[in-house]
Design a protein. Structure first.
Length: 355
């Protein structure tokens, strides 16, 4: 029995070696460098102790070093000129390529250079995201890196922008708490004072009824009146667009500028007036900036230039606006603001007893 087993082994060894040689030789014919590395890796996992193990290890290392050369050459030449730190797709693609290389070739002679490339590319990606979380994640990944000074400035800048976006007391207080010695301290102090003073105005503008109820007892008449102006703006601010159907008939559509229901703004308006706000303290001119009114006038002018005989749109505050303007020029993309918030009669519809 033992003799038969020995004969079987003696017979199979050449066949096994032949199979291993065949697989090893097939690797030499691979064209793609990554494909070659994968093939060497699979061979070594399949045959950890074979006649070709050392050659496979050497071949894999050679392929990894060659791939590393390609990565380094691309990173410091073509990639830097192509990306310029602004192409998210190319940065992500390059980043994934480096990570894939490091997973497959950790033993390469150039691993330190590759790690530096990875850090540089992650930093590029971080600055492109330009968020506080992204910068903090980089700081955790690479503490005390060569980017540390710039990183700290970016984190502070991001915190400042976050405070500006929030534009409320808590946001400014948090910024000053985290950056008490900031160069922006005086600016943020001023913004904090203004935020406290105009908190009621901002709450009314955003249609935050609960916040208005909280702040209104501590606000003076002028602030209440300004808040009233913003609440009326929120209630009335609509834009009207038009479109043609397949028969050439025009249809006007009106949509609200703000997501808060009109009824909420009406509640705020009533609350403000009950607490001493006066609509007589502000001018209708305040309902829109010079740019807003000029934009409305330009829209009217363009319509009339292209359509002879159409009544001129009047943009005077409190004046009537012709709601039946029908431009003859058909365009799927042309949208005109036909109605504006600068109409005294609309305010009177909400608060007739005040006028």
């Amino acid at each position: 029995m033992e003799t038969k087993n020995m004969l079987l082994i003696i017979f199979l060894i050449p066949l096994i070696c032949f199979g291993q040689r065949k697989e090893f030789n097939e690797i030499q014919g691979k064209k793609g460098i990554e494909e070659t590395i994968n093939a060497y890796t699979e061979f070594l996992e399949k045959y950890p102790e074979s006649k070709f193990t050392e050659k496979a290890i050497a071949g894999r290392l050679k392929a990894c070093n060659k791939w590393a050369g390609y990565q380094i050459n691309y990173h410091y030449k073509s990639y830097k000129y192509t990306v310029s730190g602004k192409n998210k797709y190319l940065i992500t693609k390059h980043l994934n390529s480096i990570k894939s290389f490091m997973d497959k070739c950790p033993e390469t002679d150039s691993i330190n250079s590759i790690k530096q490339m990875l850090k540089e590319t992650i930093w590029q990606n971080t600055t492109l995201d330009n968020t506080q979380d992204a910068y903090k994640n980089f700081q955790k990944l690479y503490p005390n890196s060569e980017y540390e000074n710039e990183l700290l400035k970016k984190i502070e800048e991001s915190a400042y922008q976050k405070a500006l976006t929030a534009d409320n007391e808590s946001g400014y207080i948090e910024y000053l708490k985290n950056y008490p010695n900031s160069d922006r301290k005086n600016t943020v102090d001023s913004l904090l004072i203004a935020s406290k003073k105009f908190a009621l105005v901002k709450a009314a503008q955003k249609g935050n009824l609960q916040r208005v109820q909280e702040i209104i007892p501590n606000s003076d008449t002028e602030i209440k009146s300004r808040a009233l102006m913003e609440a009326v703006r929120g209630a009335l601010y609509t834009v009207q667009t038009y479109e043609y159907d397949k028969n050439g008939n025009i249809t006007f559509k009106t949509k609200r500028k703000f997501e808060v229901p009109r009824e909420t703004y009406v509640e705020i308006i009533k609350l403000l007036i009950d607490n001493g706000a006066s609509p007589k303290l502000f001018s209708y001119e305040e309902f829109g900036s010079v740019e807003d009114r000029a934009s409305t006038a330009r829209a009217a002018s363009q319509i009339n230039k292209k359509n002879t005989g159409i009544t001129v749109m009047r943009t005077k505050i409190g004046g009537e606006i012709n709601e039946n303007l029908v431009p003859y020029r058909k365009s799927g993309k042309s949208v005109y603001i036909i109605l504006s918030i600068h109409r005294a009669r609309d305010i009177m519809e909400i608060l007739p007893e005040q006028f």
